[in-house]
Design a protein. Structure first.
Length: 132
C-alpha cells in the first residue's frame, strides 16, 4: 500500500506542475486536468479500502454488532468522503456556493441514511423510560 500511495502522490505532484504550466496558457485545461487527476486518485484510493471494510465487518461480527448498523455507519462515512471531495473540487474551481451546497446535501443525506439508527435509539430510550 505504501508504494501505491507514493505513486499516486507523485502522480498528483506531476499533475500539479503541469496544471501550473497550463494555467498560464489555457486555464480551462488546467481545471479539467485537476478534476481528472483528483477523480482518478479518489477512485484509486477507494479501491484500496476493501481490506479495511473486511476488517471492520470481521470486528463487528465478533462483537455481535448488527450488520445494519455497520452498513449505516460506513455509508455515512462514504457520504462524508464524497461530499468533502466534491466540495474541495468546487473550491479549487472557485465555486464556493457549489462547495457549500455539496456539504449541505451531504449533511442532509447523512441524516436520512442514519434514520433507522435514530429510530432504534429513540425506541430504546422509550423502553428504558417506561421501565423506570
Amino acid at each position: 500500500m505504501i508504494t501505491e500511495t507514493v505513486k499516486i502522490i507523485l502522480f498528483i505532484i506531476c499533475a500539479l506542475f503541469l496544471a501550473i504550466v497550463l494555467k498560464s496558457v489555457k486555464s480551462n485545461l488546467s481545471i479539467l486536468l485537476i478534476i481528472f487527476v483528483s477523480v482518478a486518485a479518489f477512485v484509486f484510493i477507494c479501491t484500496q479500502l476493501y481490506g479495511v471494510l473486511d476488517f471492520i465487518n470481521t470486528l463487528a461480527d465478533k462483537a455481535g454488532i448488527d450488520d445494519q448498523y455497520i452498513g449505516i455507519i460506513l455509508k455515512c462515512i462514504g457520504v462524508c468522503f464524497l461530499g468533502e471531495f466534491a466540495a474541495g473540487l468546487c473550491r479549487d474551481c472557485g465555486e464556493n456556493t457549489l462547495a457549500n451546497n455539496s456539504e449541505i446535501i451531504c449533511k442532509c443525506s447523512i441524516l436520512v441514511i442514519a434514520m433507522p439508527m435514530y429510530i432504534d435509539i429513540f425506541n430504546l430510550i422509550l423502553k428504558l423510560w417506561e421501565s423506570v
